[in-house]
Design a protein. Structure first.
Lengths: 108, 273
C-alpha cells in the first residue's frame, strides 16, 4: 500500500495536461515514475476507479480522474459501489463508504 | 478601511455541474438566494473579495500542505477542473498582490499563514464567484484552510485565523468583503454522495448564527467525521468568517439537495465592532 504515491499520481494527472497526454499514450510507462504496488499500477493503467477507491484514494482526487476517463457522474458513483462489492471495504484514507451498495441516497 | 461584508455559502460542484439533475423547485430557490447575496455584496461596494475556501488538491497536496494559505498575485485562473464538467468557463480572475501582501503581513502577527503567488481556483472558489461576481470584476484574494488532508488545524486555530483576517482587513484602506465557502455535513465524491445530516447542519448553523464561539469550537474531528462526514471538516471556513465578523448570522437559505451532495446554504453575518 502506497496511498500517498497513488494520490500523487491523481494529483498530477488532474492538473497537468502533459501527464494526461502521457496517460493516453502509454499509461504503463507513466506509472513507473511512482512508487506503487502492482495492484495500484494495474488499477491506474486499467482505469479501475472502483479499485482505486477501495485502495483509499480521496474522492476529491478520484472524481476528476473518473471525469477524465469519460465517466458521467452516475457511472462514477456506481463504479465505487462495484469496487466495494468486488474488493471489499475501503482500506485506507478518510473516504470510507458509510451507505450500503443498494442505497441510492441521491437517486444515482 | 474595514471589513464591509461577511457571508458564507456552499460551493459544491454539482450546483453548477449537475444543475439539471436537481428538481427546479429545489434548485431555483438556491439560485435566488445566491442572487440575493450577490446584491448584498455589491451594495457593500467592496474593493476586494476574500474567499475562504477549502480547496480540493488544486494547488496544495500532502507533499507540502499548509494549514492556512493566502494568494498573493494580480491574477488567478480557474476553474482548474474541466470547464465542461463544472460548466463554468475558464477565465482569468483579477487579484491584488499589493493588498494581499499587506493583509498577509498583518495576519502573520498572530497566524503563520503561507502565501502563494500562483493559484488555480477550483470549484471551492469558482462556484461562489459564478453566482456572486459573475463578471469576475471584483479583485479576489483567495484564502485556503486545509480541510482535506489530515492532520487538520484545530478549530480554535481557524477561529484565530478569522480574528487575524479581521484585524488585517481593518488595517488597510480598502473595503474588504469576506465569504467563507464549504459544505456542512456531507460525504462528497463517494458512494454516499447525497447523504446529508440535516439536524447536524441546522444545529451548526444555529451556533454559527448566534456566533457562539465555544459551541462552534466544541466539535471534535472524530465527532464531525462520524456525524457529518469528511466534508464536515469544511466548517473551518464558516468558523473563520464568524470570528472575523463577530456579529449575528442571518440564514438566507438552507435546503438539502442530495444530487448537489450538500445542504445548500447561503447566509450573511453582521459585522460587529
Amino acid at each position: 500500500m502506497s496511498l500517498y504515491q497513488l494520490q500523487k499520481f491523481l494529483f498530477d494527472i488532474n492538473r497537468d495536461p502533459s501527464v494526461q497526454a502521457e496517460y493516453r499514450k502509454d499509461a504503463a510507462t507513466l506509472v513507473q515514475r511512482y512508487d506503487l504496488t502492482g495492484e495500484e499500477r494495474d488499477a491506474i493503467v486499467g482505469g479501475d476507479v472502483g479499485l482505486i477507491y477501495v485502495l483509499g484514494a480521496n474522492g476529491q482526487l478520484l472524481m476528476h480522474f473518473a471525469a477524465f476517463l469519460g465517466m458521467p457522474w452516475p457511472a462514477y458513483i456506481q463504479s465505487m459501489r462495484d469496487g466495494i462489492t468486488k474488493h471489499g471495504p475501503v482500506r485506507a484514507g478518510i473516504y470510507a463508504m458509510t451507505t450500503t451498495v443498494d442505497e441510492r441516497v441521491a437517486g444515482v | 478601511m474595514s471589513l464591509v461584508f461577511a457571508g458564507i455559502c456552499s460551493h459544491a460542484p454539482g450546483i453548477t455541474g449537475r444543475a439539471e439533475m436537481a428538481a427546479a423547485e429545489l434548485r431555483e430557490p438556491l439560485y435566488e438566494a445566491f442572487r440575493g447575496m450577490r446584491q448584498q455584496l455589491a451594495a457593500a461596494r467592496p474593493d476586494a473579495l476574500m474567499v475562504i475556501a477549502a480547496e480540493h488538491f488544486a494547488n496544495f497536496f500532502m507533499n507540502n500542505m499548509p494549514s492556512f494559505a493566502i494568494g498573493m498575485s494580480d491574477q488567478y485562473q480557474g476553474p482548474i477542473e474541466d470547464p465542461a464538467w463544472l460548466r463554468i468557463p475558464r477565465v482569468s480572475v483579477p487579484g491584488n498582490a499589493h493588498l494581499s501582501r499587506k493583509l498577509i503581513q498583518e495576519i502573520m502577527q498572530t497566524v503563520d499563514v503561507s502565501y502563494a503567488e500562483e493559484w488555480k481556483f477550483d470549484h471551492g472558489i469558482m462556484v461562489p464567484l459564478h453566482f456572486l461576481t459573475p463578471q469576475f470584476d471584483v479583485p479576489v484574494i483567495p484564502v485556503n484552510i486545509n480541510c482535506q488532508g489530515p492532520p487538520l488545524a484545530p478549530l480554535h486555530r481557524a477561529w484565530a485565523f478569522g480574528e487575524a483576517i479581521r484585524r488585517a482587513a481593518d488595517s488597510v484602506p480598502q473595503r474588504i468583503a469576506l465569504v467563507g465557502t464549504g459544505g456542512i455535513s456531507h460525504w462528497p465524491a463517494t458512494p454516499d454522495s447525497g447523504r446529508i445530516n440535516e439536524a447536524w447542519d441546522r444545529e451548526f448553523l444555529a451556533r454559527w448564527s448566534n456566533n457562539d464561539r465555544s459551541a462552534m469550537l466544541s466539535y471534535s474531528d472524530s465527532d464531525t467525521y462520524r456525524d457529518a462526514g469528511q466534508g464536515g471538516f469544511e466548517i473551518r471556513t464558516f468558523i473563520s468568517v464568524a470570528a472575523a465578523a463577530r456579529g449575528a448570522g442571518h440564514l438566507q437559505h438552507y435546503m438539502p439537495i442530495p444530487i448537489f451532495a450538500v445542504g445548500c446554504t447561503v447566509a450573511t453575518m453582521d459585522i460587529a465592532a
